[in-house]
Design a protein around this ligand. Structure first.
Ligand code: NAD
Length: 365
């Protein structure tokens, strides 16, 4: 019997029936998968257990929240592999370029749109938390039992009137622009090799900027919403950070490896950035000494990091579990009538323009 391997996050002592995304609950898909004549092995161990079970897996389900890094070596060891499904959005934990070049007919799909609102809301929350100096204020009120207004107010502002820029204006980037517009920002700017239509630009009042350097030099707040691929890895490095408006805020809910972690922490410490926040790290889980766990700005704030939770709330888990079921249904029936927007690689060929403008993309419509 062929095998579906699911590598998800551990529910452990916090597991409940609603926590569909845990390894214990296996997206609520155990009986569905078994009734389709497959065995299901679900685990949260993305090292030794993954290496053992990948060898005869036909389908592998992974999640960005506890990412099983599906490297070249792992793909080579998975001789029966046909389908990789990402329970969520963002498949950079899989060596997509290697599959593409290998000639193997492996497909990679994700549940596009399943948690885009969840992430847009979290990005907005993070922007507001940093602008308002909220986290240090909460600490004063609770941990410190204090009442020091000046301690917080010396580094707190309004969002209204500020220039906000997004690197990437796809589904999440655009939803962030939509949510920012009612705050009456000074300007909304974006940089993306795939431009928005004039109608979509007008709806939120966003302006396209031709170069990333110009974008970051104009913005009080920059938010990153592009996938991680060869063209975005390490994109926000020391050099690009030096082009930011001094004292700008940076929010990244896309992928940790888009930023040079030490350069970002150093920029906050030096004051080049006033703060940094987001929920994505590299690697995940991040080690205890990861520079983003401890940096602060000169006022003791400016750090709005969380673990990778924005796209994994209960509403999002329900949506991406259903989306995985739909993808598996298309695969098990042999119809492969996938939603075009879910396909990253189809039989090894790129089917999306989002993973870099250097990719040959096959039209799947
Ligand atoms: P999308 O495909 O709709 O949009 C991505 C956009 O980024 C596209 O318009 C693409 O052209 C653009 N882009 C790609 N490379 C770029 C570059 N070098 N410079 C500027 N723009 C570039 O994807 P989406 O649904 O908006 O998701 C974006 C990313 O967010 C995902 O790939 C994933 O990494 C991340 N994400 C994070 C979470 C989370 O829980 N934190 C959840 C979902 C998605």
């Amino acid at each position: 019997m062929s095998k579906v391997l699911a590598v998800l996050f551990k529910g452990g002592e916090y597991n409940t029936a609603k926590l569909l995304g845990s390894a214990e609950n296996a997206l609520g898909l155990r009986s569905f998968i078994e009734s389709n004549g497959r065995t299901l092995f679900a685990t949260a161990d993305k090292e030794a257990t993954l290496d053992e079970h990948i060898k005869d897996a036909e389908v592998i389900i992974t999640t960005p929240f506890n990412p099983a890094y599906i490297s070249k070596e792992r793909i080579e060891s998975a001789k029966n592999l046909k389908l990789l499904v990402t329970a969520g959005v963002g498949s950079d934990h899989i060596d997509l370029d290697y599959i593409n070049k290998s000639g193997r007919k492996i497909s990679v799909l994700e549940v596009t749109g399943s948690n885009t609102s969840s992430v847009a809301e979290h990005a907005l929350l993070t922007i507001l938390a940093l602008v308002k100096n909220f986290i240090p204020a909460h600490k004063v009120a609770t941990e410190e039992l204090g009442w020091d207004i000046a301690k917080i107010s010396r580094d707190a502002y309004d969002l209204e009137g500020k220039v906000v820029a997004t690197i990437g204006a796809g589904r999440i980037g655009y939803k962030i622009l939509e949510r920012l517009a009612p705050f009456k920002p000074g300007e909304l700017l974006y940089y993306d090799y795939q431009g928005l239509s004039p109608e979509l630009e007008a709806k939120v009042g966003a302006k396209r900027i031709d170069t990333i350097e110009e974008l970051v030099s104009k913005a009080d707040i920059v938010t990153i919403n592009a996938p991680l691929h060869a063209g975005t890895k390490g994109l926000v490095n020391k050099e690009l950070l030096s082009k930011f408006k001094p004292g700008a805020l940076l929010v990244n809910t896309a992928r940790g490896a888009i930023c040079d972690a030490q350069a970002v922490a150093d920029a906050v410490k030096s004051g080049q950035l006033r703060g940094y926040g987001g929920d994505v790290w590299f690697p995940q889980p991040a080690p205890a000494d990861h520079p983003w766990r401890s940096f602060t700005n000169k006022f003791g704030g400016g750090n709005a990091m969380t673990p990778h939770v924005s796209g994994a709330n209960l509403d999002a888990q329900a949506r991406y579990s259903l989306g995985v079921k739909n993808i598996l249904t298309s695969y098990f029936t042999g119809k492969k009538d996938y939603r075009p927007q879910d396909i990253i690689l189809l039989d090894g060929e790129y089917a999306t323009k989002s993973y870099g403008n250097d990719k040959k993309v096959k039209d799947v419509k």
